[in-house]
Design a protein. Sequence first.
Length: 419
Amino acid sequence: MESDSVRGVERRRLLLGWGGLAAGVMAVGTPLPGTGLASAAASEPKSEPSGLESEPSGPDRIPPDTLPGGAYDRFVAELAAQDKFSGVVLLSYRGRTVLSRSYGMADKEKGIRNHEDVAFNLYGGPFVSLSIVQLAQRGKVKLWDTVGTYLTGFAKEIAEQVRIHHLLMGTSGLSFPEHDYQRIFHSKEEQHEYYRQYTRQAKLVAAPGAGSNKPGWGADVTVQIVEAVTGMTFWDYVHKHIFGHCGMTGSAYYTRPQWLADEHIAHSYMRQADGNRVDAVRNLDKDSPSPGMAGQNNARNFVPDGGFVTAPDLVRFANALYDGTVLDPAWADVFTSVKAPNFRGSPGFSTYGPTAHIVEGQWVLARSGVHPGSCSHWSIYPDSGWVGVVLSNYDDISLQEIIGRQMQAITGAASESGG
């Protein structure tokens, strides 16, 4: 029987383009020969010759629905034409761009259009859990260590029972008080101290590891472990050890003043109860009325949660995850391998990073979600080498339908969930 390690090596080879269509990793933005790739800004994509007659048959064949002018391209273009999508979609196959489209405005007030190199506010990035696994690889932490090994000020039962593994799996059993979502932070230091005090108010309401219906999000605590071990802010750690190593030059944990000043950062537009959209960063007195986000405006954070990423940078990250850049191959498997059925409410399986799904017999690693004024989705197909990205600066787009159409274009099967 083929071992897990052998399968893992083969997945990495496929994602990196070893053999098949690509002889090696291609730079993001390099189009597949014959696809007629165009990066269109808010324009109706034209149907162009796909060059499919020159592509290989079998598993190396590019599905026509993924190409410019294909079903997925047309679907997103139609949404954009109705002002139901603003942002960037990108499909990459074995390191080569198959489809890249940009629609709408990054900053309506200044008349700046969205384009491939614009950074969007990311929901649910993998960087918190990846940072801890990097430190475990270096022997700086152990995944079975308890919170009290590194942090002080927590209740005794939390310090002694909740382990890093539980935090990464969302099974810590911790319950936190309601955030002060109306508070506007004016410095990194103020925000940092707020979260330090906030996490110390946690209570243990379920047995760690039990997988209860109280999932026990642990990101805020995990961030502080990274900081305690490294002596760096989490933001600086990610800049140096993830963004820097991956060549993610357009991505950062930008501050609110940078968000206002930098033309390469998309403003988030929140849908209001009256149907209008407002610029989140220019209207800190406004917030989202939507269930699950009511009263929130991520721009009130001095460093907005999730940071900001470009679509090509997420492809660079996907490739770096599997080529040894950010984790050794064995530790990449630790990060992405299935640990349990998903405890976070969506179908699939939990890993230390993205949610894993099985679609048409292949693994898909994905994460998606919504901030007030923005939506994001990224997915990695390690068995076949596809990467899909959706970044939007609207919070009312049909994200699940877009994900389903993207997955159907790549695999021929509709998505159950975004992860």
